[in-house]
Design a protein around this ligand. Structure first.
Ligand code: KIV
Length: 262
């Protein structure tokens, strides 16, 4: 997958798939299963590092995760999140941060926000770094937004999101993530922009979908209402570990075939 495939897919009406990935062992499985894009999301913070939000995630942590995912990925486009505090100061800061992620194998970076980020998007694009935008509920602004809330309700908010999308497209984004946006508005944005929209809690009319892999695979207990569980990986892992513990304690593992006779 390369960035030009994204627009091609939109033009042909082919839906794009994206999942988060944070490490090599998982990235290899998601890539081999044919996922179009792997997002090294700053959800790394909540999902893997035990933080309460994405806010504490550092660029160094994103660099380690991005390097791991990129090394294990053959086909998918690897998109890495710019974490909170690494791009908001302006184009120079955004460029310095994005370079670090591109150097370890990202094919594109993602950043949150609309018109105030257009200048940074332009600078990265001019430097040859593809950028994915992120509108709607933007987790790095959770304090300003007052919690996990659907964004873009009402005509004024809808117009503002359409203006944000237009500004980001004008600045050069190659795709737009829409998070927790009412379905009709996501459809309007999708219709209005030439680049693919990738929805998460934004309905079926987006050009593609993204989910946090641990949510969709059933690794976690709690999940947002827009997530569908496509597997029970957590339960399968728990069962495997219980079986292993039991076999070791009973002395049935390792058996003859799992030992060296000499
Ligand atoms: O960090 C992340 O996982 C994300 C997705 C929710 C889009 O940004």
């Amino acid at each position: 997958m390369r960035v030009h495939h994204l627009v091609g897919a939109k033009q042909r009406g082919e839906k794009l798939t994206m999942l988060t990935a944070y490490d090599a062992v998982t990235a290899r499985i998601l890539d081999e299963a044919g996922t179009d894009m792997l997002l090294v999301g700053d959800s790394l913070g909540n999902v893997m590092l035990g933080y309460d939000s994405t806010m504490p995630v550092t660029l160094d942590e994103m660099v380690v995760a991005t390097r791991s995912v990129a090394r294990a990925t053959q086909r998918a486009l690897v998109v890495a999140d710019l974490p909170f505090g690494t791009y908001e100061a302006g184009p120079q800061q955004a460029l310095a941060s994005a370079v670090q992620l591109m150097r370890v194998g990202a094919n594109a970076v993602k950043l949150e926000g609309g018109r105030p980020r257009a200048e940074a998007v332009r600078a990265l694009t001019d430097a040859g770094i593809p950028v994915v935008g992120h509108l709607g509920f933007t987790p790095q602004s959770v304090n300003k937004l007052g919690g996990f809330r659907v964004q873009g309700r009402g005509e004024d908010a809808a117009e503002a999101m359409l203006a944000d999308a237009a500004a980001l497209v004008q600045a050069g984004v190659v795709a737009l993530v829409l998070e927790m946006v009412p379905e009709p508005l996501a459809a309007r944005v999708t219709e209005a922009v030439p680049v693919p929209t990738i929805g998460i809690g934004a309905g079926p009319q987006c050009d593609g979908q993204v989910l946090v892999w641990t949510d969709m695979a059933g690794m976690t207990q709690w999940q947002p209402r827009f997530v569908r569980r496509f597997g029970q990986v957590g339960a399968a892992l728990r069962q495997a570990v219980e079986d292993y513990n039991q076999a070791v304690r009973a002395g049935s593992f390792p058996g003859a075939a799992e030992s060296f006779a000499d």
